[in-house]
Design a protein around this ligand. Structure first.
Ligand SMILES: Cc1cc2nc3c(=O)[nH]c(=O)nc-3n(C[C@H](O)[C@H](O)[C@H](O)COP(=O)(O)OP(=O)(O)OC[C@H]3O[C@@H](n4cnc5c(N)ncnc54)[C@H](O)[C@@H]3O)c2cc1C
Length: 460
């Protein structure tokens, strides 16, 4: 029996509002297939849209019984919510929600709820959470994959906020994962959670808005723009600023050519947490360099990412190239400026690509509970944003990104290399650091998903 011939049976199991799309030429199919990136994008045999937790469970049970491979899709911002014509996409778009429990300071996230919707609901209730910088990123996959948050020194990583979950396992069972029922599995969900099952609901810890260090629930965001020719003096100042934990500074040092003028420049996109009155003092050294542009303002935390919404657009070949770093190597950074120039000269379609150094002046808050997330000691990242349009240049653009990694890692021993978990590339020990952590995760994977229904990660 073909997979397509079994779909009527699946349809009969689901509540009437669910949809099953099978025609790749149908406008709805085309729309639901769109992803943030076209890298490796494939057309599935069907896109199945459940509307409830019990629908999700029935789909997983049906797929398991019929041996149909599937992937889940929430916000569609990864390279992994895609599958070929032999499989189905379990698209959670029609099942979503967020409920804030003011008395306990927790929130229950459901299905495909997006980060911005969570941030808005929380702010209305007087809270914020350890969300990241993509409004349209699916909140559940973000937390499950580790969650490099906007506020690491105040909240810690996203994964550390996870209090409990509803998980549909490879066998199609719906499991309530709590500290009491399955503490080990809960540990795995905190950072490696996309590899153990379909998470229909996630309960996370929230923080009162005043924990941001002001009564308005705001974060200060600014940008300082310099010509690339001034990179040496700017990075000399930044080296000290990024390492000064008296101020809660954070942000990205970006080598880019922004539209419309496309003049290559160094943009320092900054954040400041605390009393916004103190932000100009924290960034005094940058103001004193007299940038071409210097601006900054307080923004309500739930709107802190709105200025970057264009980066969330769907389509084209996009990828974040992220590695953790132990230090800022100024010489290497100056060399990657030259690399970026070579990249855009050789691949003009990559003009939107920026090579970025990310910093947080303060260390991440340590978690209160055990977590599979293992990057708490990392304050620095190379956070390249790859964006190009010509398929012919796919390999070449990646090659430049890899050269940038090699330059920034030139002072490190290979055993110190750190990869960012959502990237899923490179050896697993660079993402989940420490032999004990990896052994524990592998054993959990064997117990809960031995045949790799939810990817072969941790089985290889
Ligand atoms: C513009 C942008 C900004 C970003 N900012 C940050 C940031 O600040 N910090 C950070 O840490 N990361 C960030 N990321 C990375 C992002 O958090 C991860 O790629 C995340 O997994 C994307 O989730 P999604 O739902 O949007 O993507 P999807 O492609 O829909 O899902 C991602 C993966 O999770 C699986 N999945 C989907 N739903 C579920 C579910 N309910 N249960 C289990 N698995 C599921 C999918 O099969 C897929 O493998 C950013 C990415 C982009 C594109």
């Amino acid at each position: 029996m073909t997979m397509i011939s079994q779909l009527p049976e699946l349809k009969s199991l689901l509540t009437p509002a669910c949809q099953i799309l099978t025609d790749p030429n149908d406008a709805k199919f085309v729309d639901y297939l769109k992803r943030w990136t076209d890298i490796d994008l494939k057309a599935p045999g069907a896109i199945v849209l459940p509307t409830s937790e019990s629908d999700c469970q029935k789909i997983v049970q049906w797929a398991s019984k019929s041996s149909v491979p599937f992937v889940m899709k929430s916000g569609g911002h990864s390279e992994y919510s895609t599958i070929g014509s032999n499989g189905i996409i379990l698209d959670l778009s029609l099942y979503k929600g967020v409920e804030v429990d003011i008395s306990s300071g927790t929130a229950t996230l459901k299905g495909s709820v997006l980060s911005k919707d969570v941030a808005t609901a929380l702010a209305e209730a007087g809270y914020f959470a350890a969300l990241g910088n993509g409004n349209t990123v699916g909140a559940i996959p973000y937390f499950l994959a580790g969650g490099a948050s906007l506020t690491p020194s105040i909240t810690g990583f996203g994964a550390d906020q996870i209090l409990s979950a509803h998980l549909i396992t490879a066998k199609g069972e719906l499991v309530d994962v709590t500290d009491e029922t399955h503490p080990d599995l809960l540990y795995g969900l905190r950072g490696a959670g996309q590899f153990f099952g379909l998470v229909t609901q996630l309960v996370i810890k929230c923080h009162p808005l005043h924990a941001l260090g002001n009564d308005q629930g705001t974060i200060w965001a600014g940008s300082f723009v310099f010509p690339l020719s001034r990179a040496e003096e700017v990075t000399s100042v930044m080296k000290d600023l990024m390492n000064d934990d008296r101020h809660g500074t954070a942000g990205l040092m970006m080598i880019m050519a922004p539209p419309p003028a496309r003049n290559p420049c160094l943009v320092i996109a900054t954040k400041y947490t605390g009393d916004p009155k103190n932000a100009p003092e924290a960034y005094k050294a940058l103001y004193e360099l007299q940038p071409i542009v210097a601006n900054g303002a307080s923004v309500p935390i739930q709107n802190a990412n709105d200025a970057q919404d264009a980066l969330g657009a769907k389509g084209d070949f996009k990828r974040f190239g992220i590695i953790g770093l132990q230090r800022f190597n100024q010489g290497s950074f100056l060399k990657i400026i030259e690399l970026w120039r070579e990249l855009v000269a050789e691949c003009p379609d990559a003009i939107n690509t920026s090579f970025n150094f990310k910093w947080d002046s303060r260390p991440a808050k340590q978690p209160n509970s055990e977590s599979a997330m293992g990057l708490h000691d990392i304050r620095y990242f190379l956070n390249n944003f790859i964006w190009h349009t010509d398929a012919k240049n796919r390999a070449k653009v990646d090659e430049y990104n890899n050269k940038a990694y090699a330059l920034m890692r030139s002072d490190d021993n290979e055993e110190d290399f750190v990869d960012f978990p959502p990237g899923r590339v490179g050896p697993v020990n660079r993402r989940y650091r420490g032999g004990e952590r990896i052994a524990r995760l592998r054993s959990l994977k064997k117990e809960w998903d031995p045949t790799g229904v939810f990817t072969n990660q941790l089985l290889d």
